[in-house]
Design a protein around this ligand. Structure first.
Ligand code: ATP
Ligand code: MG
Length: 364
């Protein structure tokens, strides 16, 4: 069992509130990512969990027991840092064995554990090398190995892949995922890369300014973002949005923006009536590029093709009108040219709406 619970934790450094209020329940065996832009409090949150920083307020529980005041080494957690933080004067073997020696683990057991983990991570050929003689990717593996030999209850990762080049980064990402599937150790991973978060995580906590804006299964964060901020932070390309006004009357749902009016029948008598400034959002894969040449109807947006982004597997087509733009994903062999007048269909069941003022999702 290794379930981590954060109850209203906060951390201030003088006047800076690095973490304002974070409450999360991280179930046993899960892989959870703290995702957010630079400065939003990810590292501070992780350091609080590790015990490297003391909370200003709140409580941290491990399997229901408060560990808020425990020293880092009492918590049974292992951290992998962005800069690896290896001991440069030691070789790989010594780096891996170091924490076990401190804990007075018998020599034979240390040897067995180091060699076993080295084999799993395919660094068994490197055990005698000094870490200063290793490539970035190899150092990354050693940092991972050093955490693994501790057989921790919880892994904490602080952007461990951000110093690697794109190809290596993708490969290590897959390895970390496989490793988690194999070990099933509760893992808390920090990144600002939403793709990395989507690919690795069971649950994602999207953070902003020291708080968690949404916490849930990765697929739900993608499909039902509860906030405009989450909707546009997650997903590539960025979710297309149009500012306008949303009105639900007794018979219809209407979204109006500059020179654009969409209308659908009201979903049912339970749908709340409203008339509010709102933002419409739709993901590129949900926008349908129509063949008709710019014919407007009650659920289409018409415009001109701006940018074309052919990626090989798909092409992203930007459709612009006035200051509004949406992106549609199309098959790579579709004939589309910059400047074409086009219409795109916005299927009602694929639309997201957010209150303009609060950014909160409107469920209709
Ligand atoms: N020791 C400290 N003293 C003062 N302010 C700090 C300290 N550590 C962090 N902060 C501030 O707290 C805020 C959150 O920092 P934190 O390092 O947790 O962000 P982060 O989300 O990890 O960012 P990044 O993606 O850049 O690593 C920032 O405004 C930062 O400047
Ligand atoms: Mg950080």
């Amino acid at each position: 069992m290794s379930r981590v619970t954060l109850r209203g934790i906060a951390k201030s450094f003088g006047l800076v509130q690095a973490v304002k209020e974070v409450s999360l329940d991280i179930p046993d065996h899960t892989f959870v990512t703290l995702l957010g832009p630079s400065g939003c409090g990810k590292t501070t949150t992780l350091n609080l969990i590790a015990g490297l920083e003391k909370v200003t307020r709140g409580e941290i529980l491990l399997d229901g027991i408060s560990i808020t005041d425990w020293a880092p080494h009492e918590r049974g957690m292992a951290m992998v840092f962005q800069n690896y933080a290896l001991y440069p004067h030691m070789n790989v073997y010594e780096n891996m064995a170091f924490s076990l020696k401190l804990k007075k683990v018998p020599k034979a057991e240390i040897d067995q554990r180091v060699r076993q983990v080295a084999k799993t991570l395919e660094i068994d050929q490197l055990l005698d090398r000094r870490v200063s003689q290793l490539s970035g990717g190899q150092q990354q593996r050693v940092a991972l190995a050093r955490a693994m030999v501790k057989e921790p209850k919880v892994f904490l990762f602080d952007e461990p892949l951000s110093n690697l080049d794109a190809a290596l980064r993708t490969r290590m990402r897959i390895e970390i995922k496989k490793l988690h599937q194999q070990l099933k150790t509760t893992s808390i991973f920090v990144t600002h890369d939403q793709e990395e978060a989507m690919m690795l995580s069971d649950f994602i906590a999207v953070m902003r300014d020291g708080i968690v804006v949404q916490y849930g299964p990765a697929a739900e964060i993608y499909r039902r973002p509860q906030h405009h901020y989450v909707a546009t932070f997650i997903g590539k390309p960025r979710m297309g949005t149009i500012d306008g006004n949303l009105r639900v009357d007794t018979s219809s749902v209407n979204f109006e923006a500059k020179g654009m009016k969409l209308s659908w029948p009201r979903g049912g008598a339970n749908m709340p009536l409203m008339d509010v400034p709102a933002c419409l959002g739709i993901r590129a894969e949900d926008v349908r590029l129509l063949d008709t040449n710019g014919a407007a109807s009650s659920d289409t947006f018409t415009g001109e093709v701006g940018l074309l982004e052919p990626l090989g597997s798909d092409t992203f087509v930007e459709v612009i009108r006035d200051s509004m733009n949406l992106t549609a994903r199309v098959e790579p062999d579709r004939q589309v040219h910059v400047g074409d007048k086009v219409a795109v269909q916005l299927p009602r069941n694929k639309l997201h709406f957010f209150e303009s003022v609060s950014g909160r999702r409107i469920d209709i």
